[in-house]
Design a protein around this ligand. Structure first.
Ligand SMILES: Cc1cc2nc3c(=O)[nH]c(=O)nc-3n(C[C@H](O)[C@H](O)[C@H](O)COP(=O)(O)OP(=O)(O)OC[C@H]3O[C@@H](n4cnc5c(N)ncnc54)[C@H](O)[C@@H]3O)c2cc1C
Length: 292
């Protein structure tokens, strides 16, 4: 070990080169975005020496671009920028409300969407919302760029597909078309600043007559990773998102959940609550997609 060190690369190429060199020389290196997970972990569970590679000076990672067909959110854009972006909120109100649940005003000044995903906590609030919106993870490493569907990114508690010399550069979304919207809800025992006991993200598209033509439903904090629930989406697609379809979607979420019992809630409670959250989030996404 060579102690602690800090590097602030100015480009993706430079960041990847720094990480790759650390890997070659057997030195531990770790990307830093907002540090709101990492610094807490460095003071509690993992005090090990390392080279910290700050991503916040990289233009591609700090860019937010709303294009005609694609929306790109740099992995290191602060939450506070995302929650104050009116156009982004109009396109992805559920994703923005998930970001807005992270910590406090102070935390949101540093915390990032990329950090929430890369920390890969089962309870990360933005992860079900990213699943619901079919985000693509844009990853760069020494071999170039690769893209991974967000539901394949997280592989376990605190684990994901990134190699030691790769960084998540951005999250990319298809720009939502007409009558498409989303919602995210979580349950916590307190009114704020707590970890989700269960969460549900829903995105749906309606045709001009109000029939659901596409849906994605995801749940969080009820399994080692967030889960996409295709059976819940199937319950909505083809329906007019009436009470019976919404109830079937909720039941599918409860059935898909694989929760643990801990001091925050029993497995039975989580299984039940995640169904309720799915139903409520679906009703909100429906109202938004209907122009409500
Ligand atoms: C008081 C408090 C309240 C909180 N409340 C919530 C909450 O309600 N909901 C919630 O979900 N979270 C919450 N968090 C956790 C944390 O704020 C979020 O997970 C936040 O989004 C992490 O982002 P960050 O940029 O700070 O990540 P960092 O701490 O910088 O990084 C987290 C991890 O991801 C890695 N990483 C970060 N970015 C990249 C990248 N681009 N490429 C590769 N690896 C990367 C880092 O190496 C590290 O391992 C809270 C934290 C605190 C301290």
């Amino acid at each position: 070990m060579e102690g602690f060190a800090y590097s602030a690369p100015q480009s993706v190429e430079e960041a990847v080169a720094v990480l790759a060199e650390a890997r070659r020389s057997g030195r531990r290196a770790q990307p830093l975005a907002g540090g709101t997970d990492m610094l807490v972990q460095m003071r509690t569970v993992d005090r090990g020496e390392r080279l910290i590679v700050d991503l916040k000076r990289i233009p591609e990672a700090t860019r937010l671009d709303i294009g005609r067909t694609t929306v790109t959110i740099g992995a290191a854009v602060p939450a506070a920028v995302l929650t104050r972006h009116a156009e982004l909120e109009k396109l992805f109100p559920g994703l923005v409300e998930a970001v807005d649940l992270i910590g406090s005003t102070q935390i949101q000044g540093r915390a990032t969407l990329g950090g929430n995903l890369c920390n890969s906590s089962p309870a990360g609030d933005t992860i079900p919302a990213l699943f619901a919106n079919a985000a693509q993870c844009v990853i760069r490493g020494p071999g170039g760029e690769r893209r991974v569907a967000v539901e394949q990114f997280v592989t376990g508690v605190g684990d994901n597909v990134l190699a030691d010399d790769e960084i998540l550069v951005a999250l990319e979304f298809a720009r939502p078309g007409p009558r498409t919207s989303d919602a995210y809800l979580r349950f916590i025992p307190r009114t704020e600043m707590d970890i989700a006991v269960a969460g549900a993200g829903v995105s749906l598209t309606l045709d001009a007559g109000g029939t659901c033509t596409a849906a994605r439903v995801a749940i969080g904090a009820v399994a080692p990773t967030a889960l996409l629930v295709p059976a819940a989406a199937a319950a909505l697609v083809g329906s007019r998102v009436d009470a019976a379809a919404i109830a079937r979607a909720g039941d599918a979420c409860s059935a898909a959940a694989r929760p643990i019992s801990d001091k925050r809630g029993t497995a039975d409670f989580r299984r039940k609550v995640v169904g309720v959250l799915c139903r409520r989030a679906t009703a909100i996404a429906l109202s938004r997609a209907s122009g409500g």
